[in-house]
Design a protein around this ligand. Structure first.
Ligand SMILES: [Fe+2]
Length: 270
């Protein structure tokens, strides 16, 4: 089969993979997809419309899918596919909205690395997913800040500012809210030979080993920085599209959706 062709996304964030049909792919294509994913942080594959079987098979070609207990599963046969549904009369904040974040940064070891979404029912004109590139954001930091964060460690909590969207979701599903989880990670990570920023604004609560003033300064600086328009690509969905991202190098958030239905299938991958 052909090898893949790619086009970079807006602001050089992520890459569109143009010529692939994920109902049928070979190992060479999987190798190319993984390479592109790790190099660009996020890949966009338009209009695939995979059935749950093909979707799960593709996820397994990337890594080990994991059960994500906080979201509704599709069915017993497809335990790895979570359904993210927004109903027209939902008034709550969308799950994962309002704060850029890197999924499950509050877990220490063994946290899942990749998140994949497929658009099942997509409203026009709203419900974009917003991506920010940790690679690009790191590269554009002033040397003075790069120096300050060279060996910095961040503390990430599941009770960070984004928790409100999870708490609302848990209430909706009748799930008893879980205890807060906290983990420490280095702020600068190396992926595919490039440095990237791991700051998950939705979860970051402080920078370790510096005084409170410096911790607040760095935290606010980095959060403002990754939110700058030059690092952002707001992805507009069409039905059947797949977005797959590396949570080490890409930050993301949902945008608000009002008065319409939207259904996404999500798979979390280690
Ligand atoms: Fe998320």
């Amino acid at each position: 089969m052909n090898s893949i062709s790619i086009t970079p996304g807006k602001n050089n964030i992520g890459a569109f993979i143009n010529n692939i049909n994920l109902k049928k792919f070979d190992q060479n294509q999987v190798d190319d997809i993984k390479k592109t994913l790790n190099l660009f942080g996020v890949i966009f594959i338009k209009k695939q419309n995979l059935d749950p079987d093909s979707y799960q098979i593709f996820a397994k070609s990337i890594g080990q899918p994991v059960i994500y207990p906080r979201l509704k599963g599709l069915s017993e046969k497809f335990p790895f596919i979570n359904v993210i549904e927004r109903k027209p009369d939902d008034k709550n904040l969308s799950f994962g909205s309002s704060w850029l974040h890197q999924d499950t940064s509050y877990l220490a070891n063994d946290r899942p690395r990749y998140t994949m979404l497929m658009g099942i029912e997509v409203p026009t004109g709203q419900g974009n997913t917003i991506f920010s590139s940790g690679f690009n954001a790191y590269e554009k930091l002033p040397d003075e800040i790069k120096n300050k964060i060279k060996n910095a460690t961040g503390v990430f909590s599941s009770s960070g500012p984004i928790a409100i969207t999870r708490l609302e979701r848990e209430k909706e599903m009748g799930i008893k809210s879980s205890a807060s989880m906290e983990a420490e990670h280095s702020i600068v990570k190396m992926v595919s030979g490039k440095k990237t920023l791991y700051v998950s604004p939705g979860h970051l609560i402080k920078i370790k080993n510096v005084n409170e003033k410096e911790s607040d300064f760095l935290k606010n600086y980095l959060i403002d920085h990754v939110n700058k328009q030059e690092f952002i690509f707001s992805y507009e969905w069409s039905k059947g599209d797949i977005c797959l991202w590396d949570n080490l190098s890409i930050l993301h958030m949902a945008s608000e959706i009002k008065n319409c239905k939207r259904v996404m299938h999500r798979i979390t991958i280690k």
